[in-house]
Write a protein that binds this ligand. Structure first.
Ligand code: NAP
Length: 313
């Protein structure tokens, strides 16, 4: 569809934002639906965030995604924040309403989308999450949404773990969160049917690394799921080892697609062709890998680190 004065605007803000895969995914879905919208990347520096929001209101931008470094900073600038985004402590999707800009977080929806396809009694499963950073928060919210009543979050720093646990106080998720130190993992792994890597360990270019070794992964019960939020490379070393130990492997690409599809659904208020977004994502990732092969390994390393770190939206 040609861009005209009537074309409605969507986008993603971040700094950096040039590596974002979201424009490819969203514009593919918009084109497939034949809608007069366009989704643009907007590089916005920290100090310009409030002004950017005013500017977006002035040009009647319909909605936008948010990536690093604005996901927390935007919260006080919004007229309303959904309970799940408040609990996670980060907003990744914003839209305009009569009240002003409203925000939510679709990462938890994205995380659970591939799990919902499986036949599991989630109430009986106690997930183990490696890492206690931003993504782990969405994983906790997703696991509660699935029905899990206890979620074990594993970190390497007691102080950060205590802070993590405390941060859920006064949210509906508080009762479910338990925190554990890394050295408890052999026991924790042997008791879980869902093991999630929400650390960046194994992300390109350190593709030979895994947060857990084979001996620990061998403790996984039969039929367990190993889920890595990383999507470059795919599969990661963690998923390769887990598969070797008999687990089912899920990478982070579907989470990325589904958080985007959920955001687009909020803006367009109609069913979203996730398959088209998935195809656009995979093609884009593939062409980046091929492009990098041509320009040499050195550039690949710097760019891929940037990509998965800034990509999420
Ligand atoms: P983050 O906020 O920086 O948190 C990273 C966590 O990993 C921290 O708890 C950190 O522990 C821990 N960690 C880092 N290196 C470690 C190591 N060597 N051993 C043990 N723990 C380690 O990052 P994030 O935003 O949560 O992202 C985590 C991963 O998820 C990244 O790979 C990111 O790309 C991916 N992600 C994917 C999606 C998706 O849509 N698929 C969405 C969001 C994020 P300390 O606090 O002790 O340093």
């Amino acid at each position: 569809m040609p861009i005209t004065g009537k074309t409605k605007l969507l986008g993603v803000i971040g700094d950096p934002v040039e590596h974002s895969l979201s424009p490819a995914m969203h514009n593919a879905a918009i084109a497939h639906l034949g809608l007069d919208y366009v989704y643009l990347p907007f590089p916005i520096q920290k100090e310009n965030l409030a002004r950017a929001l005013d500017g977006f209101a002035a040009i009647a931008l319909v909605g936008f995604n948010i990536t690093i470094p604005h996901k927390q900073a935007i919260i006080p600038l919004l007229a309303e924040v959904s309970p799940v985004a408040q609990a996670i402590g980060a907003v990744n999707t914003v839209w305009r309403s009569e009240k002003g800009w409203e925000g939510t977080n679709t990462d938890a929806i994205g995380f659970i989308a591939p799990l919902r396809e499986l036949e599991c009694n989630w109430r009986k499963i106690t997930p183990v999450i490696l890492g206690n950073g931003g993504a782990a928060r969405a994983v906790v919210a997703g696991c509660v949404e699935l029905g899990c009543s206890e979620i074990r979050v594993v970190g390497r720093d007691r102080g950060k773990l205590d802070k993590f646990k405390l941060s859920w106080q006064d949210t509906p998720f508080a009762g479910a969160v338990r925190v554990h130190l890394w050295d408890e993992l052999p026991t924790l792994v042997s008791e879980t049917q869902l093991l999630v890597n929400s650390t960046p360990v194994g992300m390109s270019p350190h593709v030979d690394r895994s947060p857990l070794d084979e001996a620990t992964l061998k403790q996984l019960p039969v039929g367990a799921i190993a889920y890595d939020l990383i999507y470059t490379p795919s599969p990661t070393r963690f998923l390769q080892l887990a598969k070797k130990c008999g687990a089912m492997a899920i990478d982070g690409s579907e989470m990325l697609v589904q958080q985007g599809a959920a955001a687009l659904g909020l803006w367009l208020q109609q069913p979203i062709p996730a398959q088209i977004m998935r195809q656009a994502l995979l093609e884009n990732l593939q062409s980046r890998i091929e492009g990098k092969k041509e320009i040499g390994e050195e550039k690949v390393i710097g760019e891929e680190r940037n990509e998965q770190n800034s990509v999420s939206r």
